[in-house]
Design a protein around this ligand. Structure first.
Ligand code: SF4
Ligand code: SF4
Length: 184
């Protein structure tokens, strides 16, 4: 079952109060995760995957373009049979920050579940075309950001659809023997 809009609003509120560093980390890299663009990778391809139910936040937004993908078009767990929504920022790096997606708010941290069902936060070392200095230079993140992000993902993992998604990514990560850095 999708997450309810009221719960997403509460999560956004909690995450509004924290950020990875005490200053805007975009100053380190020219906001590369919002605006990256080169000859091999167009900024138009930069879409953000939403969590099930999060699409309710974007129904009347003029600065995010909401798109739906059918389960047959994507490699998602069967429980996500309603497919997935994504958003594209229409004027990056300027966006309606109060409704930016959860994935964006908790980056560069993502959830990981090990084979004993322990949950961790790890650095997101997926194959992006850009390098995030927070990850590359292993910069210490604010404790309150790590703590709130941990609490939010722990809560989100109670949702079966989200658990299945995180579990699928975690199994892929472990099967590929890719190293990951545990933050909490
Ligand atoms: S999260 Fe990383 S890539 Fe994005 S603005 Fe901050 S330092 Fe730059
Ligand atoms: S939602 Fe905002 S912060 Fe996130 S990638 Fe888009 S422009 Fe950047």
């Amino acid at each position: 079952m999708e997450i309810k809009k009221e719960m997403i609003e509460k999560i956004y509120e909690k995450l509004n109060n924290v950020s990875p560093l005490d200053y805007d980390c975009g100053k380190l890299c020219g906001q590369t995760c919002c605006v990256y663009d080169d000859e091999d990778y167009s900024n138009d391809d930069l879409i953000i995957y939403l969590l099930p139910g999060e699409e309710s936040m974007y129904e009347s937004s003029e600065t995010f373009e909401l798109k739906h993908f059918d389960i047959k078009e994507i490699n998602y767990p069967y429980s996500c049979k309603k497919g997935v929504y994504t958003v594209k920022c229409l004027n990056p790096p300027n966006c309606e920050r109060e409704i930016r997606p959860i994935q964006c708010r908790t980056f560069p941290l993502i959830p990981h579940i090990d084979k004993n069902n322990h949950f961790y936060l790890i650095f997101d070392e997926s194959q992006y075309p850009y390098e995030c200095p927070l990850i590359k230079e292993n910069i210490d993140l604010n404790e309150d950001f790590i703590y709130e992000t941990y609490k939010v993902w722990r809560l989100l993992l109670k949702n079966k659809l989200i658990y299945d998604l995180v579990d699928m990514d975690s199994r892929k990560r472990e099967n590929s023997k890719k190293k990951y850095k545990i933050i909490k």
